[in-house]
Design a protein around this ligand. Structure first.
Ligand code: HEC
Ligand code: HEC
Ligand code: HEC
Ligand code: HEC
Ligand code: HEC
Length: 325
């Protein structure tokens, strides 16, 4: 009780100080404010973490990525510019397909694409007119509809919506933009990891199997992708192979998980949807003994079923198991 008057005094002093500062602060005269931002390089000075993470991400190479350049014929196919060098999402409008920009294309999907508002301020979760970049609270930034302008072409956002993840409170950011060191006060990681990471692929699927009455059955369960596995870019595939246990011999192909291009009308859609378990019979012919089964992730398959995993098409071994008779 004795300390109470002292605490009251400190509080009064604090209040008085706050009052003086807010009344006499020179309004709009902070030399740092109202800067014009024309390049994402300018953000690095004050947001070095976000910049470094973004700089190592697929978003930062969307214009220079050799795979994209090859497939778009060096962007002679102008339809490809839209999402790979986009105008700011908030300028085009949330939920709208983004439009192409004409300047600083090499920066790809950059800070300005996601953060710049029509009035030049930066969309964020706080409003602070005194910071150099004038963050404006625009919570649409955090919603799946924001990603949809570029990521729903192949229905990734629709797949998420149809899953149990929204009800479990797991949105795109929960998995793809986790808090740095798990701490909400440290902001969100801008590396946007996806199928380029083995750890992330392993989080997506489990592989099981066994001998049943009619022979081997292998199961692939989508336990951790917030959408189909694999998702988005249609040249992704995930292929199953087998070989006799202990044999150093080549893997033999038996099943492909993939979303075919529109033109590939004779090929079924075999994506494993969120929470789905796919049961796949495996005929090993004469081979009765223990076998090894492996699931590979291919970044660029051609459709023909492969004889064996092809390193030229970046075959990543996601999981392998041994099945005993
Ligand atoms: C001169 C320093 C400076 C530069 C340059 C700068 N910012 Fe900021 N930015 C700040 C400050 C200061 C804040 C306020 C931080 C706070 O109050 O937590 C801020 C806040 C933000 C926020 C809101 C943070 C939140 O919690 O929601 C975003 C988004 C943002 N900046 C993006 C950018 C982008 C994108 C660029 C480049 C186009 C940029 N900033 C350039 C200083 C800067
Ligand atoms: C303006 C368009 C655009 C927006 C908005 C956008 N992305 Fe992307 N994203 C891309 C493009 C283009 C690529 C592929 C770049 C490349 O690989 O060359 C990509 C790549 C990714 C990847 C990496 C995939 C891999 O292969 O590793 C992830 C993950 C991702 N985005 C998640 C998100 C999430 C989550 C959001 C919403 C917060 C989002 N993106 C918003 C255009 C966008
Ligand atoms: C509607 C937006 C959009 C348009 C238009 C678009 N892309 Fe993309 N592209 C993306 C997104 C989003 C990704 C990332 C998806 C993923 O990684 O699975 C991507 C990824 C890619 C990749 C994979 C990159 C890698 O490293 O594996 C290639 C290749 C590609 N796009 C080529 C093209 C070509 C060619 C065109 C034009 C015919 C095109 N894109 C048009 C949004 C778009
Ligand atoms: C693909 C879209 C995308 C790109 C590209 C992007 N951001 Fe963000 N940024 C977001 C989203 C979404 C949030 C999350 C807001 C939240 O929930 O806190 C965010 C949050 C932020 C914040 C708030 C604090 C934090 O770290 O979470 C800052 C600052 C920021 N971004 C700066 C940048 C800068 C600088 C760049 C470029 C180097 C950049 N962003 C590129 C989507 C993007
Ligand atoms: C529960 C966690 C989770 C949620 C929620 C989630 N994802 Fe993913 N995402 C993953 C995992 C795991 C992978 C890797 C496996 C795969 O490619 O399906 C992945 C892969 C991706 C890829 C990369 C595909 C590639 O070619 O490399 C993109 C793009 C993507 N997600 C976008 C999104 C968007 C957009 C949302 C929100 C609508 C979202 N994700 C929600 C876990 C999640």
């Amino acid at each position: 009780m004795k300390g109470a008057p002292a605490i009251f005094g400190v509080l009064l002093l604090g209040l008085a100080g706050w009052f003086l500062v807010s009344v006499f602060r020179p309004q709009g005269q902070d030399p740092a404010t109202n800067r014009t931002f024309v390049s994402s390089q300018q953000c690095a000075e004050c947001h070095p973490e976000a910049f470094e993470e973004w700089n190592g991400s697929q978003h930062s190479i969307s214009w220079t990525n050799p795979r994209v350049r090859a497939l778009s014929n060096d962007f002679a196919n102008q339809d490809c510019i839209d999402c790979h060098a986009p105008r700011p999402v908030f300028v085009t409008g949330i939920g709208e397909r983004v439009l192409p920009r004409v300047s600083r294309r090499t920066e790809g999907v950059d800070c300005l694409s996601c953060h710049q508002m029509p009035d030049g301020s930066m969309a964020g979760t706080i409003h602070d007119p005194r910071a150099a970049c004038r963050p404006t609270q625009a919570l649409d930034l955090t919603r799946p509809e924001f990603c949809a302008g570029c990521h729903n072409q192949h229905k990734t956002v629709d797949q998420w919506r149809a899953s149990e993840w929204p009800a479990r409170g797991q949105d795109c950011l929960a998995c793809h933009m986790p808090y740095r060191n798990g701490d909400p006060n440290q902001g969100r990681d801008h590396s946007f990891v996806g199928g380029t990471s083995l750890a992330f692929l392993q989080r997506a699927v489990e592989l099981r199997g066994g001998r049943e009455q009619d022979g081997w059955v292998v199961e692939v369960e989508n336990v951790g992708a917030g959408h189909a596995y694999p998702t988005d870019e249609r040249s992704r595939a995930s292929d199953l192979f087998w070989r006799a246990k202990g044999s150093e011999g080549p893997w033999q192909f038996f099943y492909r998980i993939r979303d075919p291009y529109r033109t590939e009308t004779d090929i079924p859609r075999t994506l494993v949807d969120a929470h789905e378990t796919r049961r796949i019979p495996l005929d090993t012919g004469e081979e009765e003994g223990p076998i090894e089964v492996a699931l590979f992730y291919m970044r660029s398959p051609f459709y023909e079923d492969p004889e064996a995993p092809d390193p030229d098409r970046e075959a990543t071994l996601v999981r392998s198991i041994v099945l005993e008779p």
